[in-house]
Ligand binder design. Structure first.
Ligand SMILES: Cc1cc2nc3c(=O)[nH]c(=O)nc-3n(C[C@H](O)[C@H](O)[C@H](O)COP(=O)(O)OP(=O)(O)OC[C@H]3O[C@@H](n4cnc5c(N)ncnc54)[C@H](O)[C@@H]3O)c2cc1C
Length: 434
């Protein structure tokens, strides 16, 4: 097994520097059993790293960091049941390509695909579409190696009492080595981007979210402008004239132009309002068609910090109006568009969508710009709507607040304690939460 000492490591947003004693790259499940048993016996701290795309220091440790980089790829395809077993270290990019070769695809994805499957499900990564749960809900079975070194297969049939906890568990119950996910037949999606305004879009949210397979929108602070993005099966809108392509525009606006105005705003924060207006004016409009796995994600080359909360779906419009008030009242220098998505309710204990259809609202601030006062003030709006934070994104909630908004939080605390009585999987950040 590859072992690297004193290797420093940064997360995607470069907000945390991780200096583990060692990074270990096991090549099979037996090696993971040995590592975790050793840590449990000696009381050594250990965390598991995916692709490092969380904004929160979930995987930061000065003990042992375990990467499943060498445990990647598809293990088994069951065409009849439409189930695929994947090693935990597989990136969503590789997974999309491999599934496509089998004529299959995932039912939904988020807006990047660089995460590992185990990392993505461990924080409840989601896309948009009110008929689709987050990625953790796509799991039909998983294999977990517990701190005692036991290998557990967990599904709705086997060890079913753990199924709703383990599918979204932040690496707190052990190492997920494999997941089986439900898949669907590969298909094409048509992506449409339109420019609109708050006054036009907010009253129509219910119909927009119901009439599109995937619907999301971006609101540009200090403006009335909204960009609507929809993804629908190609056959349903075959008759429409296709304008486009817009992928180049998307890429340019979301990276080149955004990068330029962001640097300008970092150097002179007062220019943020102007920056937001400029990017709002350049909202790409048009239509693109492609294989579904290629349509969800866009490259994110401009670095930022992000806070994202889930609130009950029906409060999307009023929460946005409140956020607008907060920004205006405080005269905040914010120019990154605010991303708004919908996710279906589920039963997962730590899921922000636990038993409620969800509106997700994400606030971004360019890397290098002061984000704390903006996030803190907007977080108060989310609290008003019983907001639940995205585990991979910035927030200030601690255990007592989390207990109030996650109905199954105490159940998870008990389970975690049973699994990890020596707290080897808790780092400093997680100790304040769990
Ligand atoms: C640019 C950008 C865009 C993003 N877009 C979205 C989006 O559209 N939707 C969304 O919901 N989120 C989004 N995110 C957040 C991201 O999807 C999550 O933070 C995700 O968890 C990152 O996956 P990762 O592989 O990088 O995992 P990491 O960040 O490395 O780890 C995440 C958690 O998973 C645990 N973990 C990793 N591997 C294992 C394993 N094998 N067994 C047990 N636990 C494990 C880690 O210990 C940690 O607790 C985005 C992040 C960035 C930087």
């Amino acid at each position: 097994m590859l072992s690297i000492k004193n290797k420093q490591w940064k997360n995607w947003s470069e907000s945390f520097l991780n200096k583990p004693e060692k990074i270990l790259y096991p090549r099979n499940e037996n090696e993971i059993v040995k590592i975790i048993k050793h840590c449990n016996y000696s009381g050594k701290k250990m965390r598991i790293i995916g692709a490092g795309h969380s904004f929160t220091p979930l995987a930061v440790t000065n003990g042992i960091l375990v990467s499943l980089q060498h445990l990647s790829g598809i293990e088994k395809v069951d065409y009849e049941k439409k189930r695929v077993t994947i090693w935990g270290g597989t990136t969503l990019t590789d997974l999309g390509k491999s599934l496509h070769k089998h004529g299959l695809t995932m039912e939904n994805l988020g807006d990047i695909n660089l995460q590992t499957i185990a990392g993505a499900v461990s924080t409840g990564t989601h896309g948009s579409g009110i008929d689709f749960g987050n990625l953790s809900t796509q799991i039909t079975e998983l294999t977990l190696i517990t701190p005692q070194g036991n290998k557990l297969v967990i599904s709705a049939k086997e060890n079913s009492h753990l199924f709703e906890a383990a599918r979204l568990s932040l690496g707190l119950l052990g190492v997920i080595t494999k997941v089986e996910i439900k898949v669907i037949k590969a298909h094409k999606l048509i992506s449409i981007s339109k420019r609109s305004t708050m006054n036009q879009v907010l009253p129509k949210l219910t119909s927009l979210k119901k009439s599109n397979r995937h619907f999301e929108f971006f609101w540009f602070p200090h403006t009335q402008t909204i960009q609507i993005k929809t993804l629908n099966p190609q056959r349903e809108i075959n008759q429409q004239r296709l304008k486009g392509p817009s992928k180049f525009n998307d890429f340019f606006m979301e990276n080149g132009a955004l990068g330029l105005v962001s640097e300008m705003s970092r150097i002179q924060p007062k220019l943020s309002k102007f920056a937001s207006k400029m990017i709002a004016r350049g909202v790409p409009t048009g239509t693109t068609v492609g294989q579904s796995y290629q349509m969800y994600a866009t490259p994110r080359l401009v670095k930022f910090n992000e806070m994202e909360y889930s609130i009950p779906a029906e409060h999307m419009a009023s929460a946005l109006e409140d956020i607008n008030d907060v920004i205006q009242r405080n005269d905040f220098n914010i120019h990154f568009p605010i991303e708004c998505r919908y996710v279906k309710a589920d039963n997962l204990w730590l899921s922000p969508s636990y038993k409620r259809d969800t509106a997700y609202i994400a606030v971004h601030m360019y890397k290098g710009m002061v984000f704390q006062p903006v996030f803190q003030a907007i977080e108060e709006v989310f609290k008003k709507y019983e907001g639940r934070p995205h585990w991979g994104k910035l927030h200030t909630l601690k255990k007592d607040a989390l207990q109030k908004v996650y109905p199954k939080f105490n159940h998870f605390l008990e389970l975690r304690k049973q699994f990890d009585s020596k707290n080897i999987l808790l780092n400093h950040y997680l100790e304040n939460l769990f």
